[in-house]
Structure formats: structure tokens, C-alpha cells
Design a protein around this ligand. Structure first.
Ligand code: PLP
Length: 452
């Protein structure tokens, strides 16, 4: 064991002894000069905590090695890069389903196409309403519109996920499904959301594109709602550049999503998983995953726990090193143990203070961001103006579709939440020295701002 690497107990004890991460920092820097917290901020011309900016690239590629290469070479050597001829997509689907504790997984070309397949599985179409958090990726809104349904936004709360109370208020007799998105590694309050959905007999689609590997009360996100989707695009937890998956325990949803993603048909893999189909084919698409994509994903899947455990442990150490700061408030999570901690998000109260906090942290050499990777959808021009690909598109033609008002002003709580939060980015390969620097920088900046 590395003598410089504290055990978790030592780490906690060092914090407990003096009630501050500073104690751990002092014990680690072995003779290095410790500067008091009231030191001048780098943004005001002081010495930065780090000379070189600490940051993390996309997580998955940091773990690319011979395993991904071996899997890819097997596909090349087999001369069968096509799902129906090879076996890697089918293998990946089984392995990922087992990993998640789900019955069925379908590998597709992206998170976006996974959403379309899920909407088809849920039989969503013209006349239906789908509730979606006002803070989410474009694809979720687009999928609702492209199947002809009406998107209804709900506010987010201080978890930056959908606010269950507001969600319930937006339910009408036309509501068919709710999209729950676990964004930036955070976990939504699934018990409350599922209770509301069951009460009103509405289906739940979980979007875990930004939370692959995340858990809620011991269960993987994506297996709690009726159907889940995720992405393997570059910025997600594991990646094949592009790619996606549909997850479900429901055999009928599985068959509908499967048929939709493969030109209406079912293949040998489907038969081996579930037996014969019970449905007829219907107008569909081709969103089949390539064997080359599945090859990379099989290798990445074996590293998913390492990436998630490292992220969680690193985020926890940073939190423990700053949790004694006066009045500090973190982003709420539906499950502290299952959260992935891409970013240690702190509520800075308002936009001006948050932006000042982030600028000052960056000047100290620490990557820091606010809510990112999603969009304040009702405020986006294409949403606000209800633009579609055809003037007769059904989504906004109904009485309700014409009445519904989007725009930022209709979602003040979401706007407020998006302005308040920000904090240091967490990398799965950050060392204890890196984490010590983050703690030091956050303490320095936060305390300076607290005094001001
Ligand atoms: C990335 C993302 C998607 C779409 O995935 P793609 O693979 O990029 O199509 C959907 N939802 C959320 C929340 C995402 O972050």
C-alpha cells in the first residue's frame, strides 16, 4: 500500500480531529508550506492552488486499453461486423442486462434513437401528453414531438431533477408518460415519482444517459421505471463514440422496442432471450447497433464499476473536506450512495455569486462548472416557437397544444436552480493530491466569498 495514500479511516479521522479538510491537507503535504485559508485569491492576483489546470476528459476513453483492441480485432477477423451475422451485440445486451439487473436490453445507435424506440414501445402518439423536466437534453423533447405527442414541462427542484410535486400538478387525463432524467450523475427521487405515476396510471421512462452505473436504493437507475434509455456517446460514463441502449423488464415493451429498432422484425437473439414474439410488425426504423460498437462496449462495461466507484469515492472525499464550511449546501440527491458525483455541486444562492465562485475556482487551477450538458428547454427558440418539420404536425395542433405556453418565464424555479448551482468537476483518475487541491481551492474561495 502507498504510505502517502491515507486509508478511508485515516482520512475521516484527520477530518474529525480538527473538523476541517485542512488537517488532512497539512498531514499530506509533508513539510510543504501551508498557506492560511485567508490567502489572496488567484483571481485577485494571489498564488493559485495549482500551477496547471486540473481537469478530466471524457471518462470512458481514459480506460481504453488492450481489452477494447482485442474485442475490435475479433470483429475484424470474423469479417462479420453486422448484428445478425456476428454475436457481440447480442452478448453485450445480455451482459449489460445482467449488470443492471434488468430482464432485457436492446443495443441501438444512440441515446436519441433509444428514446424513439422507447416512445414506440410505450405507444405514444398524437393526442398524448408526455411530461419532461424543463432542464433536459434536446433529444427528450424532440422524441416527444417527433411521435406527434405534446411535451409538457415540469420544474426541477434542488436535486436538479424533476420536482415530483410540480410533476403531479401537470398531469391531465391525456398524460401518457413521464420522462425522468438522472442528469450529471445525479439521482431522482424514484419512490415518490413511481408512487405518483402508479396512482395516475402513467408510464415512466427513465433517461440515464448521464448516469450510466448510477443506483437508487441498491437498484440500477433505468430498471425502476417501465423503460429506460441510455447513451454511450463520448461524454457519458462509458463510450463507444456513439451508441445507446433500451432497458426494460416488460416483455411487451421489449418486443415493441425491438421491432421498432429493427425494421419491424425480431431476430435470433430476441428468440433466444424471450422465445417467440406475440405482436405483429408495424412501421419502424433501423437503429441496429454495429458489432464494432458492441465490441468496444463489452470491454468498457467491464470497467464501468471501476469508473463509478472512483467517481463516487472522489466526490465523497471532496464533500467530506468541505462540508464544515459555514452554510454550505450541496445539490440534493435521491440516493447519496448511488449518485455518481460527476460534479460536487454547491448552492451559491444566486447567479452572480455562483459565477464568481466558478471563475475564482478556475483561477485557482480547478475545473469547475454549473449545470451543463442539458438545456433549459422551454427557453429554447425552437421549443418556445413550437417549430416542427411540417405545418400540419399534430403535436401543437390540438386545443391543448395551441394553449400551452413555453418560455423561460413560465419556469421560474428551474431558472433559479440553474443559476444557483456550481462546483468542481470530478475525474475518476484524480489522485489524492488532486483532491486535496480541490478541497484547498474550494475552502479558500468559499471562505473569502463568505467573509465578503
Ligand atoms: C446524451 C443524452 C441523450 C442523447 O444521447 P445521444 O447518444 O447523444 O443521442 C439523451 N438524454 C440525455 C439526458 C443525454 O445527456
Amino acid at each position: 500500500m502507498n504510505p502517502l495514500q491515507p486509508t478511508r479511516r485515516e482520512f475521516l479521522e484527520s477530518l474529525g480531529a480538527l473538523g476541517a479538510g485542512a488537517a488532512w491537507l497539512a498531514s499530506r503535504k509533508l513539510g510543504a508550506e501551508e498557506k492560511p485559508a485567508e490567502e489572496r485569491l488567484a483571481i485577485e492576483g494571489g498564488q493559485p492552488v495549482r500551477k496547471h489546470q486540473l481537469g478530466t476528459g471524457p471518462y470512458g476513453p481514459q480506460y481504453y486499453d488492450d481489452e477494447e483492441k482485442r474485442e475490435l480485432i475479433e470483429v475484424i477477423d470474423s469479417r462479420n461486423p453486422f448484428r445478425h451475422a456476428g454475436g457481440k451485440v447480442a452478448q453485450f445486451e445480455r451482459e449489460y442486462a445482467k449488470y443492471l439487473g434488468a430482464k432485457y436490453v436492446i443495443g441501438v445507435t444512440s441515446g436519441t434513437t433509444a428514446l424513439y424506440a422507447a416512445m414506440a414501445a410505450l405507444e405514444i402518439g398524437p393526442g398524448d401528453e408526455v411530461i419532461c423536466p424543463a432542464w433536459n437534453w434536446y433529444a427528450d423533447y424532440d422524441a416527444i414531438v417527433l411521435c406527434g405527442a405534446l411535451p409538457v414541462f415540469a420544474e426541477i427542484d434542488d436535486s436538479l431533477g424533476i420536482d415530483p410535486e410540480d410533476l403531479e400538478r401537470r398531469i391531465t387525463p391525456r398524460t401518457k408518460a413521464i420522462i425522468v432524467a438522472h442528469l450529471q450523475g445525479g439521482i431522482c427521487d424514484m419512490d415518490r415519482i413511481m408512487a405518483i405515476a402508479r396512482k395516475h396510471k402513467i408510464r415512466v421512462l427513465e433517461d440515464l444517459a448521464q448516469c450510466v452505473g448510477g443506483k437508487y436504493k441498491g437498484k440500477h437507475v433505468g430498471t425502476i421505471g417501465d423503460i429506460g434509455i441510455n447513451s454511450f456517446q463520448l461524454s457519458k460514463t462509458i463510450t463507444s463514440g456513439e451508441g445507446g441502449a433500451v432497458i426494460t423488464n416488460d416483455p411487451v415493451l421489449y418486443e415493441r422496442a425491438f421491432r421498432f429498432h429493427d425494421v419491424g422484425g425480431i431476430d435470433r437473439c430476441f428468440n433466444e432471450t424471450i422465445g417467440r414474439g406475440v405482436l405483429s410488425s408495424f412501421a419502424s426504423c433501423n437503429f441496429r447497433m454495429s458489432e464494432l460498437t458492441a465490441a468496444v462496449l463489452r470491454a468498457q462495461l467491464r470497467k464501468l464499476d471501476t469508473i463509478c466507484n472512483n467517481l463516487r469515492a472522489n466526490a465523497r472525499k471532496v464533500k467530506e473536506g468541505i462540508q464544515d464550511l459555514p452554510g454550505i449546501k450541496f445539490r440534493k440527491t435521491g440516493c447519496p450512495e448511488g449518485d455518481l458525483g460527476y460534479v460536487v455541486m454547491i448552492d451559491m444562492g444566486n447567479r452572480q455569486r455562483r459565477d464568481q465562485f466558478l471563475r475564482a475556482l478556475r483561477a485557482e487551477g480547478i475545473s469547475a462548472i454549473g449545470p451543463a450538458g442539458s438545456v433549459f428547454l422551454p427557453a429554447d427558440a425552437r421549443v418556445e416557437q413550437k417549430r416542427t418539420i411540417h405545418p400540419d404536425w399534430p403535436s401543437f395542433k390540438s386545443q391543448w397544444g395551441q394553449q400551452i405556453q413555453y418560455g423561460a418565464a413560465a419556469f421560474p424555479r428551474t431558472a433559479d436552480m440553474l443559476n444557483r448551482f456550481g462546483g468542481p468537476v470530478i475525474g475518476p483518475k484524480y489522485t489524492d493530491d488532486d483532491l486535496a487541491d480541490i478541497i484547498k481551492a474550494v475552502r479558500k474561495v468559499y471562505l473569502a466569498m463568505h467573509k465578503a
